[in-house]
Design a protein around this ligand. Sequence first.
Ligand code: G6P
Length: 478
Amino acid sequence: MAAQADAAEGSRLVVVTNREPYLHRATKAGHTVLRRTPGGVVTALDPVLRLRGGTWIAWGSGERDWEEAPSGQLGIPPRDPEYVLQRIRLSPEEVEGYYVEYANRGLWPLCHLAVERVRFYRHAWTAYRRVNRRFVEAILNGSRPEDTVWSHDYHLALVPGLLRDRRPTQRIAHFWHIPWPPATLLRLCPNRLDILTGLLGADVLGFQTEDDCRRFTDCVRQFLDIPADDATGIVQYQGREVRVESFPISIDTSLVEAAAEAPSAARLARAIRRRLERNHRILGVAVDRLDYSKGILPRLEALDLFFQRHPHRRDQVMLLQVVAPSRGSVPDYARLKGEVERAAAQVNRRWGVEGGWQPVVTLLQPLDLRRLAALYRAADFFVVSSLVDGMNLVAKEFVAAQVDGRGVLLLSELAGAMAELDQAFPINPLDPEGFADTLEMAIRVPPDERRARIATMRAHLQLHTVQEWAENVLAAVE
Ligand code: G6P
């Protein structure tokens, strides 16, 4: 921390993300409000920027952003600014090419091993490059060479390289939040060399897990034919050393604990439990963005098989599936809503009672932490069955909220969180019978063992928070 404080004196921090930390929105009554956006990066870096000052550069995507701050610049917080939010205005064509087409129909499915969904269009690549350049122009205008720049994720892979070309001595970190694909898949990306060299413009390149780091260095060796040492994570590139390292992102553990302990969450959880216990029911909860990578459809298939293989559980086990709508402008996402609704209806038709008991309840809306915390507390089991997932912070939230130590966690072996949450029950989302049997086993776990498993994982999350994550990345680059 001392080194960080020294560095902070002369150098400010510039955070660069696709999503902005605060957006201007219209309320139902037509008023404009400034809302903080949810998510790990904002939770971690908004306080850091407030403390040391600096700039946050992001796409101004709020419906009222440009009416409220036509210049794109805004002090945060507006009344007594501690840092600058610099919004970038993108045209509808730029949003389509850069965000919808290249980032979310190209890189996202590629990195999540959804090969058949991947499309790389030339016009999308042109837009992606142009928008990445616009971000770099904003960095150059809003920072000095001695500042630290921390860019994020698959939307901005070219930013470190483009910035390095203009400012050879700038300290640059880039964090890749999603899985890094194996070389056999990266080969499908026509722009792989630009993506790899773009990222190697950073001094520190962070990934979620050791496996991601190894897959990245493997790609560097195969496609760029330059030395990359797996033991040290050092890549020698253009006379510089790039440090490739894993920094598993986490949650604001005490915030989640406090939400779970709040009297309103405790009351709501108790009310849900009373109703369940009256009917001898077992409650499973799942919370996801509406995204094919989260494995919601395979989860419903496994639940169907579970009732087939364990018929005595009919009328006992129920799943509350919370789904937050996401990326509706991407065709595969727009279709998914109907697919999830149909799959849930099918399970309910087969195993439910007409006009009465339904094993799957789908809630298609985002819930705030207060309500989620109550659900986490009320749950007997929680399911994360991602097909592939960079980390999965919802799994960590569930664990942190287990102040009663009641719940068990079923966690996909292909989620980054599995490397840390080793007391979870591992599931393979594509092995429905194994998944169904693990569910039956997890339900039977006695209370003492449940508490012990949760206690180990909670202790880990109390030590490894999102604040610690941000400190570690900044300490590595500064
Ligand atoms: C993932 C990505 C983030 C992204 C989030 C929500 O977690 O790693 O960069 O912000 O999904 O997706 P959206 O497209 O709505 O920003």
